[in-house]
Design a binder for this molecule. Structure first.
Ligand SMILES: *Cc1c(COP(=O)(O)O)cnc(C)c1O
Length: 378
């Protein structure tokens, strides 16, 4: 089954049968791309759409970003790049940040995907592929400026500088690195990585440079170089905690209340009966749980909203459901078709993340497939 069919299948959970509706605002994603491009002081603004566009649907988000002006796209895996290639024109550049794994080089060429070369063996394999193909192949070179994750380190770079044949048959179109602490503007690691990045570049083929992802853009022009690579910020996630979030929210999640009951003092709720009522309470059950991205341990700090009223989540979150305290909602407003806001104007993706002890990135990529999905303005 193709990725497109999987996607349509997920989207096709009809609203009247699904426990919750996930609304994704493609215009807000486009607006966020324009905002970030404007902040990037003349650098090109690529778009990172790995992990199914952070869970929001590659086949819809990719073309929306193209319309917003993005011409360079980054994903993690080669197969994500191949899926994206199907929905974007040949004129755009698609870069696989994990590069071509050993043995996948010919597939990379065949699907017109530009690999990030992260190691000397990857570089050697890409050189060999260029020889086999009898032509020059494009590539991005990643250097490790201090995160110790992907990329060539200072010893690798020194060895490459000593080898006149290192880049035979390879057109280095971009040199990139990635910041470990960009979400904290005060962290000295940011300047240290920038300095090391610039030093490493001097030993490599002259090419445009890219260092900043979402948070790095907000560190200022010194970090922008020639291309910025935002992902999370496109999808409305706050780039750092130091400033109000300037990005437009992109998702809304509304869950239906599928059962309502009254409990009395002493009654418990959920697995382990970790919540015990001290007085009469009205409990609503909603059909969204940890399999839908709401961390089991996050219940204590979790809230949902109904018509401007904040409602606590009670007890443990189950795999497919959670319980909420509906006591504050007037009886006249209760109905079998009512739904509550899990993510939306009252509760941002970052708020949900904070309640679960994680970051907005993980909330978005964990939302899963068990919703009615709709692409519409928020
Ligand atoms: C994920 C990733 C990005 C995008 O990061 P955001 O923080 O989501 O903007 C950019 N570059 C690399 C190397 C990445 O892994």
């Amino acid at each position: 089954m193709s990725a497109a069919l999987c996607f349509d299948g997920a989207e096709a959970w009809p609203a009247h049968r699904a426990g919750a509706t996930l609304t994704i605002d493609l215009d807000a994603i486009a607006a966020n791309h324009r905002l970030l491009a404007g902040l990037a002081s003349g650098a090109g603004c690529a778009a990172v759409v790995k992990a199914d566009a952070y869970g929001l649907g590659l086949e819809r988000v990719g073309p929306a970003l193209l319309k917003a002006g993005a011409t360079e796209f980054f994903v993690a895996h080669l197969d994500e790049a191949i899926a994206l290639r199907r929905v974007l024109p040949p004129s755009v550049t698609i870069t696989a940040m994990h590069g071509a794994l050993d043995g996948a080089e010919a597939d990379c060429v065949h699907h017109d995907v530009r690999p990030v070369l992260n190691s000397r063996p990857q570089l050697a394999n890409w050189r060999a592929e260029a020889r086999r193909q009898g032509r020059t192949l494009p590539a991005v070179l990643q250097v490790d400026s201090g995160m110790s994750r992907f990329g060539m380190d200072t010893r690798d770079v020194a060895a490459l500088a000593d080898d006149p044949a290192a880049f035979d048959g390879i057109d280095v179109e971009l040199v990139m690195s990635h910041l470990a602490c960009a979400d904290d503007p005060a962290d000295p690691a940011n300047a240290a990585q920038r300095t090391r990045f610039m030093q490493m570049r001097t030993k490599l083929p002259d090419a445009p440079a890219s260092l900043a992802a979402s948070s790095g853009i907000f560190l200022g022009p010194d970090y922008h170089f020639d291309v910025v690579r935002p992902g999370a910020a496109l999808y409305g996630v706050a780039p750092n905690a130091a400033h109000p979030n300037p990005l437009r929210p992109v998702v809304r999640l509304d869950a239906r209340v599928v059962q309502i009951r009254e409990i009395g003092a002493g009654d418990g709720v959920g697995y382990g009966l970790t919540y015990r009522a001290t007085a009469a309470r009205r409990i609503g059950t909603i059909a969204t749980g940890y399999a839908d991205g709401f961390a089991r341990h996050g219940a204590v700090a979790s809230r949902v909203w109904f018509d401007g009223i904040e409602l606590p989540v009670l007890g443990r979150i189950s795999m497919d459901s959670m319980s909420i305290d509906l006591s504050a909602v007037p009886e006249s407003r209760l109905s079998s078709t009512m739904s509550v806001e899990l993510i939306g104007p009252h509760r941002s993706v970052d708020d949900v993340a904070a309640a679960g002890g994680t970051i907005g990135y993980e909330i978005l990529t964990s939302l899963g497939r068990r919703y009615h999905r709709t692409y519409a303005a928020l």
